[in-house]
Design a protein around this ligand. Structure first.
Ligand SMILES: [Zn+2]
Length: 324
């Protein structure tokens, strides 16, 4: 009997160590040996032109461009949003190629860089923009001394591809749900956490565009990372849905194995919200072991931790637009 109790205690100890250390284990498993090899370029279709051997440009309209990285294995997409007096580049890839050359080929206006969130594959790392605007959240603001924000290991995750932890020089803090004026063009900063607790989307109401970062794109959404939170994900979906923009065009930051930029619509947002409600209630069942996968619809899957490890308490529930 005593032996059985000891084995149970040892097993329990082992499980709690694995649970406790799962993030480090995950980072270890994701770590590549140096920079990952580039994919072979493929035919990206008539609407896409290659800027060089790495970047592609796809025009959404005269003032809006998707800048793709279809040879990087994560298939990133960054967006240039141009107004009359200034322009925003939303995400900047890993910085293994300098995106500023692409941006400067499309506009001569002053550029502000806005990252959708702080993961290494969006912040450009060593590529420094003249101006960087960051979402103003208490947990970030309190760490920024003289407007310099040193990123933490879990916030950045760059060690998986060998990027050192950067410090972001913030020239402008963006209050969640505030509107940025680009001169004749307004962008609303939507707080859409879930993938990470600092994730934002940009909403151009007049054009009906939503630039959704890693919150939503076709393929597998990552809701199992260190700063992911399922309650946050639901909050983000509710916030987007509360815009009431029926003909919303949703431009994500990664794509699946299709060609061209990743585009979804409001239906996907609503199905994501419904899936989250059903995951919470236990109605929607998962596949796999870790991370588990939930099918949202034909184009979107949500990866998360197993039900018993999921966190459903939003970090900033007061920023949910639906509840305001
Ligand atoms: Zn990310």
């Amino acid at each position: 009997m005593k032996k059985i109790i000891l084995i149970v205690i040892a097993l329990f100890g082992l499980i709690s160590i694995v649970v406790d250390q799962r993030t480090n284990l995950l980072i270890y498993l994701m770590t590549t040996e140096g920079l990952p090899d580039l994919l072979e370029p493929k035919d990206e279709g008539d609407e896409v032109r290659w800027f060089d051997d790495y970047y592609t440009i796809q025009k959404i309209d005269e003032r809006t461009f998707a800048i793709g990285e279809p040879r990087y294995y994560q298939l990133n997409f960054n967006y240039l949003i141009i107004g009359d007096t200034r322009a925003v580049i939303f995400d900047a890839g890993t910085g293994q190629r300098d995106i500023r050359r692409v941006v400067e080929s499309l506009t001569s206006l002053p550029i502000t860089f806005i990252p959708s969130h702080l993961h290494y594959d969006h912040i450009g790392n060593e590529v420094i923009f003249e101006k960087t605007a960051l979402v103003d959240l208490p947990h970030l603001r309190k760490r920024a001394i003289d407007n310099k924000l040193p990123l933490t290991r879990y916030e950045h995750l760059g060690e998986v591809e060998g990027y050192p932890l950067p410090e972001i020089k913030v020239s402008e803090w963006l209050a969640p749900n505030e509107t940025i004026d680009l001169g004749g063009r307004l962008l609303m900063v939507l707080y859409t956490p879930g993938h990470t607790e600092d994730s934002i989307s940009l909403f151009d109401k007049e054009s009906g565009y939503l630039f959704s970062g890693d919150f939503l794109y076709p393929g597998e959404l990552y809701g199992f990372l260190p700063n992911s939170n399922m309650g946050d994900y639901l909050q983000g979906a509710e916030t987007i849905e509360s815009l009431g923009e029926m003909s919303l065009r949703v431009f994500g930051a990664h794509r699946d194995d299709t060609i061209g930029m990743p585009e979804l619509n409001l239906e996907h947002v609503i199905r994501l919200r419904d899936a989250l409600i059903d995951i919470h209630s236990g109605k929607l069942k998962s596949n796999g072991i870790y991370p588990v996968s939930y099918k949202v619809d034909e184009r979107v899957e949500l990866l998360s931790e197993p039900k018993w490890l999921q966190d459903w308490d939003p970090i900033y529930p007061e920023l949910n637009l639906k509840k305001n």
